[in-house]
Ligand binder design. Sequence first.
Ligand code: IMP
Length: 427
Amino acid sequence: MPAIVILGAQWGDEGKGKATDLLTTTDTIDYVVRTSGGHNAGHTIVVDGQKFATHLLPSGILTPGVTSVIANGVVISPEALFRELDSLIERGVAPSPLVVSANAHVIASYHSTIDKVTERFLGKNRIGTTGRGIGPAYADKVNRLGIRVADLFDVGILQQKVEASLDLKNQLLAKVYNRRAIDVDSVVEELLSYAERLRPMVADTSLLLNTALDEDKTVLFEGAQATMLDVDHGTYPFVTSSSPIAGGVCTGAGVGPTRIDRVIGVIKAYTTRVGSGPFPTELFDEDGEKLWKIGGEVGVSTGRNRRCGWYDAVVARYASRVNGLTDLFLTKLDVLSSWDRVPVCVAYEVDGVRHDEMPMTQTEFHHAKPVYEYLPGWWEDLSGVRRFADLPKNAQHYVKTLEELSGTRIWGVGVGPGREQTLVVDD
Ligand code: IMP
């Protein structure tokens, strides 16, 4: 199984690291690759009982023998990159080798400035971004006003590109947002200050990864954000600015679709979302509060409370379709261990009409009301269960019903935060 994609099937924070952990029990992974997003993601890695949170670095950064790759589709804040690396080093762990694409775009401090002022300007229409400059950096990329990693090694080019990028932004900042203009030279100086440390890490990562696949190495493409946050296929405009779906892995890494062997969608046994935007199964009652509390639903990246709701099988079917999922990994089943019955959304009602599939338009999705089926619950603590057959009968039934409703086989289940708290469904 040389090329494996792990991605989020809902609105992010599904616990993608759990699927990676389970995979490492059977496969030796040689490369872990980020292909989209930036330091807006959040991975929690536990090594020898110590907890580490990374936002930009691939989760392989603490695994000896693994090469971590930040591919061309990622937007890189050099400041965040070195801050994360330094914080690992300060805590006494040696990061494994890291390779960075020469073509990846750079987030400079002005991108997060623009991100924040734009959100403020949008008022009640704001997206609820992480404020890390992700959207403005991708906007520059598409507008052909971006700075790429390779530009940091040519002062003349860098100066020209920063000037071009700031020309319009400074007019906007001063005339629309009533802010001070940003000084070109200080941005150039800031970016150049990272160049020397960055240079030895930079390579043609598309060539590196394709060569690795030719040599039958195992490459894990690690998703950030999730399907419903995809700029094309998510709940636009309440999305991130990149393509976290399986197709985005190919453009984000320079690897062709025929090379991908397995696409694993990670999905929670219920649903959460941070930021603004529609969320049909969202709960505003004590059940929502209970999911939030038992599930510890606070964002790794921003510390914001996550909105909570029941499992949405329409979203699961949609994620199966747009990603071509081969497997689902169901996380946090243990959180549901204290309900007499557990509602599962099987369809939506939109203005009086039943929709079994994702409605075609965003307006319809905003009007979608969940149609629930109620599955029998269980009260047993699942945290020590390691075999599917040892789950309470109702929990097994819950997993098997989700599998039927979601259109993809459920390969693994998470029953707690620890690395070993997983089980394989077909064991
Ligand atoms: P941005 O990616 O900072 O532009 O934020 C756009 C939207 O994506 C906001 O609703 C964020 O809360 C959401 N978002 C970005 N990254 C993550 C993530 O890693 N998990 C969950 N939501 C995210």
